[in-house]
Design a protein around this ligand. Structure first.
Ligand code: NI
Length: 226
């Protein structure tokens, strides 16, 4: 499932991120690319152990904890500490699929990447190009969102970032290990949860809602890996 999560960050939080990123040191983005990604990756990113990356990463993580749409769609078990990247002057990231397993920085623990996320930190009119193209069974989808909005998509997807030909594209990117690893099952649970919320808001039959909500939790119980 490819989903836009609007307003993950407020305008004020985006301004704070931008001011911090403007003053930060950027390194070659290939430091975190795998064998497949490295030859096609041309961008810069914040060093993962920099103070700026930690501070802004924590800001994004606490925003995600409060975002019910993100939680319903991704069913997060572990969220990789958010990283930050920057494309300009023709930089781009060619076709690739994200690494399946990543080491969590500062620990021996591993995370399986089920869901990939890009949180846009520059508005679409600030740069030319820089679209995130994500392929699924229906074809390639072009994604370029307002600052503060995020896209989540299955980490199994082939994707690329088009060359940024003018201006600067700033974004945060990270991965989620989901309690439900299969995208089809996550999508079914998300659709069911969305319908239940809608029935709550529109005054649906209480007894039917008890059973639907119970079915949601029983499916989650059947599929969740904690
Ligand atoms: Ni990627």
């Amino acid at each position: 499932m490819l989903l836009t999560v609007p307003d993950v960050l407020t305008a004020e939080q985006v301004r704070h991120c931008r001011a911090t990123l403007d003053a930060a040191n950027w390194v070659d983005g290939r430091v975190t690319a795998g064998h497949q990604g490295s030859p096609v990756k041309q961008n810069r990113q914040l060093s993962e152990d920099s103070a700026a990356a930690h501070e802004l990463g924590d800001l994004v993580l606490s925003a995600l904890e409060r975002n019910s749409l993100f939680i319903s769609a991704a069913l997060p078990s572990i969220v990789y500490p958010p990283m930050f990247n920057r494309y300009e002057g023709g930089e781009n990231f060619g076709d690739h699929i994200d690494n399946a397993v990543r080491l969590l920085p500062g620990s021996g623990r591993k995370i399986r990447t089920d869901v990939s996320a890009t949180l846009f930190l520059a508005d679409p009119d600030e740069y030319e190009g820089g679209e995130l193209f994500i392929e699924d069974t229906y074809g390639a989808h072009s994604v370029k969102l307002p600052a503060g909005h995020m896209v989540v998509y299955p980490s199994t997807s082939l994707h690329r970032v088009a060359p940024v030909t003018k201006g600067v594209r700033l974004a945060s990117f990270f991965w989620i290990q989901s309690m439900v690893r299969d995208d089809g099952r996550r999508t079914l649970l998300f659709d069911l949860d969305t319908a239940i919320q809608r029935l709550h808001q529109t005054g649906g039959d209480e007894q039917a809602l008890v059973h639907l909500t119970g079915s949601y939790h029983n499916l989650l119980r059947m599929w969740a890996e904690i």
